[in-house]
Each structure stands twice: as C-alpha cells, then as structure tokens.
Design a protein around this ligand. Sequence first.
Ligand code: ACM
Ligand code: ZN
Length: 741
Amino acid sequence: MSQSNTTHVIPLPEKITPMAGSFVLNKSTKWVVQNEETDSIITFFSDKIKQSTGFELETAKEEPSNNFVSLNINTALPGGKEAYALSVTKDFVYISGGSAQGLFYGLQTLLQLLPAEIESSSLVKKSMWTIPAVEIKDKPRFKWRGMHLDVCRHFVPVENIKKHLDMMAMFKMNTFHWHLTEDQAWRIEIKKYPRLTEVGATRIEGEGHTYSGYYSQEDVKEIVAYAAERFITVVPEIELPGHALAALAAYPEYSCTGGPFEVRNVWGVEPDVYCAGNDDTFQFLEDVIDEVVALFPSPYFHIGGDECPKERWEKCRKCQRRMRQEGLKDEHELQSYFIKRIEKVLIAHNKKMIGWDEILEGGLAESAAVMSWRGEEGGIEAASQGHDVVMTPGNWCYLDHYQGDYRIEPVAIGGYTTLEEAYNYEPVPAELEADKVHHVLGTQGNVWTEYMYTPALVEYRVYPRLIALAEVNWTSKAQKDYQSFVKRLDNNLVRLDLHTINYHIPLPEGPVDKVVYLDKARLEFTNTRNYPMVYTTDGSEPTTTSDVYKNVLTFTEDKTIKIATLLPHGKMSKARTIEINKTNKHRAVSAETTKEGLAEQYIDKTFVYAANIDKVTDWKERDGLVENRGSKYRKTDYKQPSSHIFTGYLTIEEDGVYEFQTNLDQFYIAGQLLIDNDGEVKRFSRHNTTIALAKGKHPVKLVYLNNVIGGWPQAWNGPKVEYRKLGDEKFIRVTNEMYSF
Ligand code: ACM
Ligand code: ZN
C-alpha cells in the first residue's frame, strides 16, 4: 500500500509548509554536493535507494538544470549541528544540514516523504517515486534521544540490534544505551578476564537448560560502526557496584564473601555485590574499563549504580575497614566512595560518567550525569545541583510495561504504559527552576528484557512506544499532538512492516478465552487504540472483510468467536479465539468440614510440569495455609524446591458466574480443571476462566509447584487464587477463611 504525504513525517518537524507540485525521483536523478564530508552519507542513501528503486544515483560535477538532490553543510544554519532545512520543488531537492548529522536527518525526512516502499530491502516495481513539494525547517528539542537495551536478561543478537538502530535512525534518535552486564549475564568479551564470558555469559535456567550469548570485541566494533554510520552514539553500561553476580561467578575474589557463586537465574536484585573494601576489585574494574573505553568513542560511560544492596558490606571486614579509614558514616557513603573512585578512572580516560539515580546516595560525584528512573525526583535533585540528567521515569519510559490487558498480552514484568502515555511524557519536570532546565539532556525508552524471551518480543514491547518517545525528544512541547501522531504513525507502520518489525497491535480486550453463560452470553470488546475489530462466529479465521464489531455481541447458543484488530493499512492483530458455552450452575456439595484452609500434601522436590507429580509416591501431609499474604502463609523459598497439592472446599457466598485467575500451575474446582498454567511463566495469571457456581461449598484442588520458569520463582508470590463475579470490576483474593477441609 502506497502512502506518502507531507503530513506523515515522524517526528513532527518544527516547520513544514506543503507546496504545489512534486519532485519525481528516477534513474537520472543526480546528487549535487558541496562538501567532501557528505561522501559517506551519499553512499549510505544511494545504497538504500538502490535497494528498493533499483536506481543508481550518480553525483554530478556541476549542478544540472533540474532533477537533482543538492546536499550542503552549512554550519551557520540556525538550530545547530542536528538541524536541517529541506526544499522540495518539481525540479530539485535542496537539503542543508548544520553538520553531516543534520544533513543525515534531512535525508531521513526525504525518505519519509517518498512512498513507504522506499524502505523495502528488495526491488519494488513502481511507476513513480514521487516526493511532494514542501519547505521544511527542523531541529531537535533535546540532545539525548535514546533507547536503552538490556541484553543480559535475554541476549539480543547483532542482527537484531541493527534492526533497532535502523529504526532509531529513521526516527532521528541518536543514543543507544547498551546494558552489557548484570547478575544474570556478562555479555562483552574482556580479553584480560576471559572467564567473564567463559563463565559469566551462561546461566542454567530454572527449567534446567543453559542460556548463553555474548558479544566478541569484533561484534562490539561492528555495532558501534553500524550505529556511527547512522549518527547514533553507543553508550556502554558496565554495572557496578551491584547487579554484578555474573562477574563474581567468574571472579569470586572480588566479592565480600569469596563465593562461590552461580550466574543468577531468577530476576530481581542480588545481594552479592563487588567488595568496596578490596583494592583488587577496583584494579579489576579499571582493567575492564580500559578495554571497554577503547571500543566505544562515546563521550559518556554508564556505570549503573542502581539497586546495590548493602547487606554484604555491613558484614564485610574489608568494607567496614574502608569505611573507618575513609571516615564514611554509613554504607550509602561507601557506595558514593565506590562511584567517585570509578569516576576518577573515567575522567582519566576523558569520559563523562553517567549512572542511575541511586548514585545520588551518600553524595553525587562531581562530574556525574544522572539517569532518573525511580520517578523524576532524582533528576530534579541532580539538575538542581547543576548536573546533567536524562529523564527516564518508569511510568512513561519503561518499555517493559504492559501496553494492554495482562490477561491477554504476553507475560510482562508489570506496569501499564500505553502509547498515549508514553507520548504525553514531558521530560522537563514542572518543579525544575528555569535556569536548570538546560541540564535536561532528554529522555529514552528503557528496555529491560526479563520477560522478553525472544528478539521478536523485544520488538513487540519497544514499538511503537519508542517512536512516541522519539517525537517527545525531537518535537517542541507546543507542537505535540497525540491525535496527529497516531495518524502519522499509521502510515509509518507500513515502513516498519518492510523492516519486519514485530510491533504491538492492540488486541481485542474484554472477555476471557473461555466464557460460560446461563441464558445469554454477552461479549463486549475494546482495544487500547479504538481501531476497528473484525470477527467470525463460524470458527474461521477473520479477514479484513469479516464482520466489523460494532456493539456488544449476544449469543444464546454455543459458538467459537474469532476476533482481531484491523489496522488502517489492512494488517491485522493476532486473532483471539473465545469459546462460549451454555452451562448450568454447579451445585454446591454438602461436606462436613472442621478446619479453615486446605489439606496439604507436599514434598521437597519440584517439577517443571504438573504431570510429573503423578509419579510422586512419598507425599507428606499437613494442614495447609494457602493465602499468600499475611502471617498465615507458610512461605516457600525458591532455592528450596517443593511441590504442593492443596485440597478442600471453597465457599461461594452467592449464586453467579465467576471469573477465576491464579498463578497456580493448576486450579481445579467443582471437579474440573478450570485453569491450567502448566509449564508457563506465572508472573501473572495466564488463563482466566469463567464458571457458574451456586452458593455454598465447592471442592477445589490447587497444584502449586515451587519452581522457576522463565526466571520467575513461584515462591515470590506464593499460591494465589482470585475471583470476581461477572460484571464486577474488582477481583477478590481467596483467603484461608474462605477455604475449609
Ligand atoms: C533500573 O531500572 N533498575 C535502573
Ligand atoms: Zn566487602
């Protein structure tokens, strides 16, 4: 589908004036250049244009009378190095940039003015490659227009990182923050310390398989060069003093206790951190920094600094001695000592240090820039003290959040940030004094990959929200307009398709997958962006010409509904399948029960799959207490595997159709397996299901395997069952008082 229009440019330019007529790009179009600095840019865009159009554009020695694209660097251009001006007339295109980078952005805009197929990586047969006549003057609002990517929780191969860099370039982003080390992996080759990747790049997952991956220094150079061609700076992050268990698994001598350690296979924050009392630890980090600095031309170096528990330091003789010697009053000041010592190393390398907002703890290093993530406070405080800040507060900038109903979307870490919320982020906090505003460098999307098990899931979470943040960073506050943005975005999705980006398409939300009804089923669907939805009721896959959902659907017979969201360019979301079944109320049973809670069978062994517990013959028994919050629950520890089967009765207060949700492996009620989460990541309920129940007692069986699947330890939440009556908003947690046996 061809869609090109001056109104579709993202991010929205400062000034865009459509003119009459258009320029036609063809095989005779010539580049005209004034500066040698533009050679690499011409090569870049010539290659790109050739892929889709087949045209091999040549460079003219002298300006022809027409049919040319003239490129000029003009350091006096208002708006600085990243600014550009673009004129398209029927005879020629003139682009001037404040630097080669500005020119690059002017050419990116030109690509956006061409038909979307210009982004194809293979030849497209098209009669006309037309660019509408237009005058554009443009410059960015912020300097730091970034994306952060955690490649530790899940590895992102070089080819997939390049796809993100292509997207960033398309939307004029300039900073790739590469989170390379963690508790769960060390992913960058360091020649002096080979065990960092020999040991630190592999973990044994809770399910038993190994998970590995790292970047050789050659890979790193390839990424840095690929980014540089697109005017993207790659900022490395080497985490310290916390989030360092993978390094300590390889070199336990740099910890407080001496280890031994294994690379962490559950998410969260690890208590074992670098020892702040051991000078060898600092020598090790200095050596690592030496090698990393050599690979990254970035002026900034990210040292992490977040979430460093102090419990090991409190008990470590060396750390305590350091505190006495340096006159540090607590472990927060020891953290500050650690960061300041590293700051000196970076200054010696002529690098600027940047870290997460915890580096404010115990006093901020003099030259440090701060990345504000725990809200805006850290950024406000640091900027008020005169430090540069990058604003990345979770509510807007954490692209690991859900962007739709948790019952339907792939499992995520939590949170809820829609495209609109991301778009509406304002990086300059209202509280910041006017004379400190210039310290706000910009914002970035943070991509933590705990629950992004594949590169495709990374794309699903990142896009299109990252594109909203690209506009937040580029376009002036006064010009921002969400409705205009989504219209332009719909056009740009065609370009994302040509890059095979697996962007999020809102799913039809509302009913769960299995709906029961007594007299009449009533299904109401919405989606987060109010796109049309198409559906079938005969079991066939919906197509673009299926019935369009308009109003609540009602049924009085059993059906299979398949429903999908339809984008303006004809692409559809994954179809959801909803089974509706007429049912009777399950009658309550008359059972004599004497105790609160449930009877429990348990053993000190765990399994990935519930079927394997059938083989267990040596169950132990006790009175079980199931409710997961409060003092009554017998808490399990994920490091001490266990399996549990709870049985008894659940008392229902009134007749009704109920929706249940649970993180259990399996939940049986009224003699049926109602919810089966077997083998899945149970961070959140995966398979909410409805059932009609009469008032009274119903037999239940809860299968709870204290296992780790997909990095999520069941023990962190404990067994949890919730329900709501049809029509109610809120789920009720089943407490021990509601169970009996
Ligand atoms: C962070 O999200 N821990 C910086
Ligand atoms: Zn120590």
